[in-house]
Ligand binder design. Structure first.
Ligand SMILES: C[S@@+](CC[C@H](N)C(=O)[O-])C[C@H]1O[C@@H](n2cnc3c(N)ncnc32)[C@H](O)[C@@H]1O
Length: 278
């Protein structure tokens, strides 16, 4: 008879075996971004801690308030919500405090470790799944609302995660996500620590997978036409495309764009979509 300890060891061995299988099954960009975010997670601890302490949500690199962005549905109370690429899960925390039943999924175990610690410290529990938002272990039509702020909407392949979000949502459910504006992506230099200028540095046509050689990460960016076609073909109606215009005097710690640039051109955009009834 195996003892409790042997059983535990067996379970751990089975689990790491499954993890090994899962790792090789994952698409190349998901494996690459998992390593990237596991390494980067330490730099996102304090932003996560701060996010969990504020009551009024604010968004993106300029911290624009919810009253201007309206990322959340009008009444999150009792809604089933999934955050795709939740990181330290402060967005999920804001929704859970507003009475939503929240699930967060993230590709990085290290980011989730911070999220789990903050759950304990704030005494606020909700499921956190370590996985790829392109393939979520939940049945069809499980959620009313899906949200992503620079999460899977930036780091996962839109041709995989958008149809997956459509599958997960109930008819009439909403998908809201915030990403770098397409125009900014055209102007950001590939080198670290340099900000966008008024020069177009890469072609707009055919943009999809963008590999950043400095840190070996992979992002995905689409032209507006490609987003519209993909979202509509996946069963969504587009309700708004909000280009963030920072009007106060916010500071960002991110080096890739200056406030001066962001006051003249869109640096971030929020897509708001609704899944068609049929
Ligand atoms: C910038 S964080 C987003 C969280 C938070 N809103 C923020 O802005 O800090 C990006 C997160 O996306 C996650 N991510 C990247 N690819 C993913 C994928 N395919 N599925 C789920 N999460 C993913 C990363 O692990 C990381 O935690």
């Amino acid at each position: 008879m195996p003892t409790q300890d042997t059983k535990l060891l067996l379970r751990m061995a089975q689990h790491s075996h499954l993890e090994a299988i899962n790792m090789t099954d994952l698409p190349e960009h998901v494996r690459r971004n998992r390593a990237h975010w596991d390494q980067l997670a330490v730099q996102f601890v304090s932003a996560g801690e701060h996010g969990w302490t504020v009551d009024e949500p604010n968004w993106g690199i300029w911290g624009v308030p919810e009253s201007e962005v309206h990322m959340f549905p009008e009444d999150p109370l009792g809604k089933d919500v999934i955050e795709l690429g939740c990181g330290t899960a402060y967005v999920s925390c804001w929704l859970a405090r507003r009475g939503a039943r929240v699930v967060g999924i993230d590709n990085s175990e290290q980011q989730l470790a911070t999220a789990r610690r903050l759950q304990r410290e704030h005494n606020l529990g909700f499921p956190l799944i370590h996985g790829n938002a392109e393939s979520v272990p939940y049945p069809d039509a499980s959620f009313d609302f899906a949200v992503s702020e620079y999460g899977a909407c930036l780091w996962a392949d839109p041709y995989r995660w958008v149809p997956e979000a459509a599958r997960l949502l109930r008819p009439g459910g909403r998908l809201h996500f915030l990403v770098n504006a397409f125009l900014l992506t055209l102007c950001v230099p590939a080198e670290d620590d340099s900000a966008a200028s008024d020069r177009l540095l890469r072609p707009a046509f055919g943009m999809h997978r963008v590999h950043w050689p400095t840190d070996d990460s992979v992002e995905f960016h689409l032209s507006h036409g490609d987003w519209i076609r993909l979202l509509r073909q996946s069963g969504f109606e587009i309700e708004d495309l909000l280009e963030i215009w920072p009007k106060e005097d916010p500071q960002t710690t991110y080096p890739f764009v200056t406030l001066e640039w962001a006051r003249r051109w869109p640096s971030e955009e929020v897509w708001k979509c609704r899944k068609r009834q049929r």
